[in-house]
Design a protein around this ligand. Structure first.
Ligand code: SAH
Length: 508
């Protein structure tokens, strides 16, 4: 049976401008056929084993012709695959989605069209320009600024456009801008008509240049504006003075690397983005099940022999209770155990299950947990540490020294994450990263492995922030300078340091 093709628009760049329906289609696709202008993070929505085929133009890629792309979609669908044909902005606005749809129709392949947020409207909006406004215009015209060179006569009706009175938005027009402004003026548009050129709109690198029909080409050349950029012509451009809202947060213009595992990164990423910074995910570790469940299962069956259950991360909690559920062991078999946790986020995870915490230190470090536990436990009590395969030795040794019977069980494993990080490594090597955040010793160690020890000197422009003393120690031992350490050893504590460093740097 044939598969199906979804022609999906994913918005202009800010990946959060994707629609729910587009995310659904990308998630279920076996094959993703994508272009250049889609946001970097869009492919993260894809399922793990999907095939990703890049068909856009790039300097070192032979790009497929439109016909070859059409054929590819049909071939994949004929193999029974669900195909997501992913395009920037909206697929039907200068996106050749129409041509692909017709080809699918002619080849009797089922398809759906998922409209997207187009750059023509959203890019001006992110630059504080409403494409219409009752005070000055009542229509919007979207025009291609890119004309095939062989065309003798322009197919754009400048004569009409010049007197139409609505906002004009040109896409694909940066190179042709001198021509566009010349033609509009020649056909009677005022020389002083406001114009904005918005480059890489809705992304962290957005830049807007404003001027008039008369001087905009010169300015754009001077500022070396390049594609993709949207050109807006009309009085609405003046609203930018009051409506420019994007990239205003404390972290504006700052690039912050997040080294946590992808599964855990979202809170930190969201906080950075909410403050207007760019969060670059560079997962150095990956959370996985332990190599063997033998020891873990044996312990679970005899879990009532213990007096304390200790968790040092939310992952530990999740893994522990997942296995309990899997083995169909009732949570009431834990009735006898007291629970200790290292900090608030771990406590939250335990409390979600309906179990209250018996001990949590005031400061969220292994050291404090150990000190505090020594006060609340008696030496005869049996302790179960449910941790990762690389849990710190200090906690285990300290409790053993206290005379306790301690069992350390690996409930999850952290392994180095292997992903394609070329783009990020390039930024790193060019010294274009402002901050790196480390949230555990293993993120430090694996970060060094990923970038190569010999590249650590590239960190001279980059400030490193660590979540706590153990992480800081590991960094320093490995020759990484730590600019700040979180006072409260949490993600929020880390972000507080980030904000303070930026404010110091700004002299405020
Ligand atoms: N289907 C797309 C447009 C494809 S044509 C849409 O609906 O948005 C490609 C042109 O779109 C680029 O040359 C540029 O003019 C514009 N464009 C796309 N993304 C853009 C962005 N992030 N910032 C500015 N212009 C963008």
């Amino acid at each position: 049976m044939n598969g199906k093709v979804y022609i999906v628009g994913v918005g202009p760049g800010d990946y959060k401008l994707i629609t729910l329906k587009a995310v659904e289609c990308i998630k279920k696709a076996d094959v993703i056929v994508y272009d250049r202008l889609i946001g970097r993070k869009i492919l993260n929505f894809a399922k793990d084993n999907s095939e990703k085929i890049f068909v856009g133009k790039s300097p070192n890629n032979h790009s497929l012709s439109q016909y070859e792309i059409n054929r590819l979609l049909v071939e994949q669908a004929k193999k029974g695959k669900i195909v997501a044909r992913v395009k920037g902005g909206d697929p039907f606005l200068f996106g050749r989605g129409g041509e692909e749809g017709v080809f699918l129709y002619e080849n009797k392949i089922e398809f759906e069209i998922i409209p997207g947020i187009t750059s023509a409207i959203s890019v001006p909006a992110y630059a504080g320009i409403p494409v219409t406004h009752r005070e000055c215009c009542s229509s919007l015209h979207i025009i291609t600024g890119h004309e095939r060179e062989e065309k003798e006569k322009s197919s754009i009706n400048y004569k009409e456009l010049a007197k139409i009175g609505g906002t004009l938005v040109f896409l694909m027009g940066v190179k042709n801008l001198p021509n566009i402004s010349k033609n509009l003026i020649k056909n009677g548009m005022k020389r002083l008509t406001p114009v904005a050129v918005v480059e890489r709109g809705t992304t962290f690198d957005q830049r807007a240049i404003t001027g008039t029909l008369e001087d905009i080409s010169h300015k754009v050349l001077e500022e070396k504006v390049s594609s993709p950029a949207a050109i807006v012509v009309g009085e609405v451009v003046n609203f930018r003075e009051k409506l420019d809202w994007f990239l205003k947060g404390t972290l504006r213009g700052k690039r912050v690397v997040v080294t946590r595992a992808r599964e855990q990164a979202s809170r930190l990423v969201d906080m950075i983005e909410d403050l207007g910074g760019e969060a670059l995910e560079f997962p150095t570790i990956k959370i996985e099940p332990p190599d063997s469940f033998d020891q873990f299962d044996r312990i679970l069956e005899n879990v009532r022999n213990y007096n304390w259950l200790v968790f040092t991360s939310p992952n530990g909690v999740k893994a522990f209770f997942e296995r309990l559920r899997h083995k169909k062991i009732d949570v009431r078999s834990l009735y006898n155990l007291k629970v200790a946790v290292i900090g608030k986020v771990t406590a939250d995870e335990v409390e979600k299950i309906g179990i209250n915490i018996d001990y949590m230190p005031d400061k969220y470090t292994t050291d404090e947990l150990l000190k505090g536990m020594k006060k609340v436990i008696t030496p005869s009590e049996r302790i179960l540490l449910a941790r990762s395969d690389i849990g710190s030795k200090e906690l285990l040794d300290g409790l053993l020294e206290n005379g306790n019977n301690v069992t350390n069980v690996t409930v999850y494993k952290t392994s180095p994450a292997i992903e394609d990080r070329k783009e990020l490594l390039d930024l790193f090597k060019k010294g274009k990263i402002d901050f790196i955040t480390f949230t555990s010793s293993s993120t430090v160690i694996n970060f060094i492995k990923a970038v190569g020890r010999e590249n650590l000197d590239k960190l001279s422009n980059t400030k490193v922030i660590s979540i706590g003393p153990v992480t800081t120690k590991t960094a320093i031992e490995n020759g990484i300078n730590v600019a700040r350490q979180a006072d409260e050893h949490t993600i929020a504590g880390l972000v507080t340091q980030l904000i303070q460093l930026v404010q110091l740097g700004d002299g405020s």
